[in-house]
Design a protein around this ligand. Structure first.
Ligand code: MN3
Length: 242
């Protein structure tokens, strides 16, 4: 399937949910979308995660897919500035308090913005190692690093269609595995994400095609443990924002 065809399908899928924001899905999203939400620059070059994630996938994923979530969030924020006035975690936690006509758009697009902002951060070509605190929590709550990886990957394989496999963290430092469909976020339930892997086909299809299991396995080579250590400490300090 060509990329154009794939993008057209993504655009078509959004029509049913939120017709008013389909424009940014079908056109190439602007490099810098005017509005309160911004795509954060990648903290490494697009080819830095080769050979595990190829440069073209990173470029399209970051610039176009994340760019579209941001552009659509900005379109919604034009008429509903309250979605940018509170921290994204609060907006996603209180989706039901938003006007019904923007609820799906915010869930999908602000959710996508938050998920991808986390995702770029928690990958790196030189990831370090878990801190003693994080390693102890992985042993205690997730059965150790091997079991965590295997359960996390199994979660990613179970996601039907598109979504995320995640490790959540609570303020007392407890870890748990979770999967979410589409661009849903654990923040919708008041939980924080320590890290997660994107199992939308756009995250891996160019290199891995239908071999999601191979992508899930290779992905552990690019996990940024230094970032995970910082996120774990921030979660315990109550300062982890997304
Ligand atoms: Mn994605």
């Amino acid at each position: 399937m060509s990329l154009n065809r794939r993008r057209a399908i993504v655009g078509a899928a959004s029509v049913a949910l939120a017709p008013r924001i389909v424009v940014a899905q079908t056109a190439a999203p602007p490099a810098a979308s005017p509005g309160p939400f911004k795509v954060p620059p990648l903290p490494y070059p697009t080819n830095a995660l080769e050979p595990h994630i190829d440069a073209l996938t990173m470029e399209i994923h970051h610039d176009r897919h994340h760019g579209t979530y941001v552009a659509n969030s900005n379109i919604i924020a034009k008429d509903y500035p309250q979605i940018a006035a509170a921290p994204p975690a609060q907006v996603l936690l209180k989706l039901n308090e938003l006007p019904e006509q923007i609820r799906a758009g915010v869930r999908n697009n602000l959710g996508g913005h938050v998920n991808h902002t986390m995702f770029w951060q928690i990958m790196s070509p030189s990831g370090g190692n878990p801190s003693p605190e994080l390693a102890a929590a992985i042993d205690r709550d997730l059965g150790g690093p091997e079991k965590m990886q295997s359960d996390f990957n199994a979660g990613g394989l179970r996601v039907f269609g598109s979504g995320w496999t995640l490790v959540t963290v609570t303020q007392d430092g407890t870890l748990a595995l979770q999967t979410r469909p589409n661009q849903d976020s654990a923040l919708m339930d008041g939980k924080h994400v320590l890290f997660g892997n994107d199992v939308w086909e756009h995250a891996y299809y160019l290199k891995y095609q239908n071999r999601r299991a191979d992508y899930l396995k290779a992905w552990w080579n690019v996990v940024n443990w230094n970032a995970l250590n910082e996120r774990y400490a921030a979660a315990k300090a109550g300062t982890l924002e997304i």
